[in-house]
Design a protein around this ligand. Structure first.
Ligand code: FRU
Length: 294
């Protein structure tokens, strides 16, 4: 450990192939740069639970002062998170939760709330409360992740109250990936003459579905809603009129690291830190891009 480095903090990231996770890593690296007393070790689970489990075991062996982990899936990472806790390493769970609450802190967005906001907007797009009509395609994120379940549950709190809304698919997962969502949508388009709205659990999947509809010449009849709101992705697609809306799901990179440092410095931290969201439509997309230098 270099002389000036007081804290060694390990961060186990699930994958870096998804744009939102690439941004997440950028955010945590930028925050680390503001804390010369911190040495940050980032591992990449390469979108595989076994790899991420090995990464966390490795960080435990290195006796890091704190462990930050953003799980690929909840159940598969619970055991090693428990191991870290047993080894008396403070654990900060970021974005996707695990199946224990024995960690020090969870930092992430409120996916139930975001799902509700998406559901409320879907009802509005389909004709309004009590009058909404339409066939909906929902493309799930990873089935083994809490965000996917919360985004589903929140959405349906609104859409299930509408007798005119029909769900065309049953638990079809695109595992957060644009290409998988494209394939799900291509099949849905072949099987259904009328599709009115697509709800993707993230922007890459909403956009993949949009591209499938475009290739079938049907994108104009369908509204697309996503989640994440990265300026160069979802916000740009909204601004282009390709998606009707996205909902900000801020990365917990900067806040997660700040909280861990606060804890290491002996301050009390909350059990849960919830990051804010916002609805992004044509009304504010251009401004958000401008604010982000796009
Ligand atoms: C990236 C991602 C995001 C999504 C989040 C949910 O891996 O799929 O697009 O919002 O994870 O955990």
């Amino acid at each position: 450990l270099a002389q000036d480095k007081k804290w060694r903090i390990g961060f186990s990231q699930a994958t870096t192939i998804e744009p939102w996770r690439a941004q997440f890593n950028k955010d945590i690296v930028a925050e680390a740069a503001k804390h010369p007393e911190v040495e940050l070790i980032i591992t990449d689970g390469e979108d595989k639970t076994e790899k991420q489990v090995a990464d966390v075991e490795n960080l435990i062996r290195q006796e890091v002062d704190a462990l930050l982990v953003s799980p690929k899936e909840s159940a598969g990472l619970t055991g090693v998170v428990q191991q870290a806790i047993d080894a008396k390493i403070p654990v900060f769970v970021l974005d996707r939760n695990v199946d224990t609450d024995k960690y020090n802190q969870f930092v992430g967005g409120d996916n139930k709330l975001i799902g509700r906001a998406a559901g409320e907007y879907a009802v509005e797009l389909l004709g309004g409360k009590g009058k909404a009509q339409g066939n909906v395609v929902e493309i799930w994120g990873g089935m083994g992740t809490q965000p996917a379940h919360d985004r589903h549950d929140g959405f349906h709190e609104f859409t299930d109250k509408e007798p005119g809304i029909k769900n065309l698919l049953d638990q079809q997962s695109g595992d957060w990936k644009q290409d998988q969502a494209y394939n799900i949508m291509a099949t849905a388009l072949r099987n259904n003459e009328k599709i009115d709205l697509v709800y993707g659990h993230n922007d890459p999947m909403a956009y993949g579905a949009y591209l499938a509809a475009k290739d079938a010449g049907r994108e104009k009849e369908i509204k697309f809603i996503g989640i994440d709101g990265l300026p160069g992705e979802g916000v740009t697609w909204v601004n282009n009129g390709e998606l009707s809306a996205t909902f900000l799901y801020a990365t917990p990179g900067a806040e997660g690291l700040r909280q861990a440092i606060k804890f290491l410095n002996g301050e009390k931290v909350e059990k849960t830190v919830t990051l804010d969201t916002m609805k992004i439509t044509k009304d504010n997309a251009a401004q958000i891009m401008k604010d982000n230098g796009l």
